[in-house]
Design a protein around this ligand. Structure first.
Ligand SMILES: [Fe+2]
Length: 187
């Protein structure tokens, strides 16, 4: 039986197509990396989008870690910090891959605030249930854009960036499970 082709995945969301200059060959550092220059320019641009999302996700983990209250405080306070530690590593993996490709990792707070595609974390949440709902939303959104990024890197024949995003999306899915499990019990 013939398989039906999966519908094409949309490009990962981007919010700053008009606000930020696209990386150009002029801004590219020379490198002996043999990936074609055009592929590197495009990969750098796409990875900078995911970097902004990932840094935003990290700040949301800390926001949850600091502000959660209620009977599940200590478990969630510790869990959210563990998620944060791994997400910090994902940030580093993406940023350093951008630099390996000859690009500039654009990770300042101002660029991230302008560029992130994640939903803003509501500042007034307090209960464990509220933070679980908000952080699981953020993890799921980021997991989706990371998976779209894998396809984009594969299209550019950048297997290493695809592998990095695969590692990251695998980790994010694990943390989504850990966080989401708090709201999945059937009562
Ligand atoms: Fe802390």
């Amino acid at each position: 039986m013939a398989r039906t082709a999966a519908p094409p995945r949309p490009h990962a969301p981007s919010r700053d197509s008009q606000e930020s200059p696209r990386p150009s060959v002029a801004r590219l550092y020379s490198t002996k990396n043999d990936l074609p220059e055009a592929s590197r320019v495009e990969a750098i641009d796409l990875l900078n989008q995911r970097l902004a999302d990932c840094i935003d996700l990290q700040t949301q983990c800390k926001q949850a870690h600091w502000n959660v209250k209620g009977p599940t405080f200590i478990a969630l306070h510790k869990l959210f910090d563990e998620v944060n530690e791994d997400v910090e590593e994902y940030v580093d993996l993406i940023a350093e891959r951008i630099v390996q490709l000859g690009g500039i990792a654009e990770g300042t707070a101002r660029i991230v605030a302008r560029r992130s595609t994640l939903i803003d974390y509501p500042p007034a949440l307090s209960t464990g249930g509220e933070h679980v709902a908000a952080l699981s939303d953020a993890l799921a959104q980021f997991g989706r854009t990371a998976r779209i990024g894998i396809d984009e890197m594969n299209d550019l024949q950048d297997a290493d960036s695809a592998d990095i995003l695969t590692e990251i999306s695998r980790g994010v899915d694990k943390w989504l499970w850990f966080v989401e499990a708090h709201q999945q019990a059937k009562v």
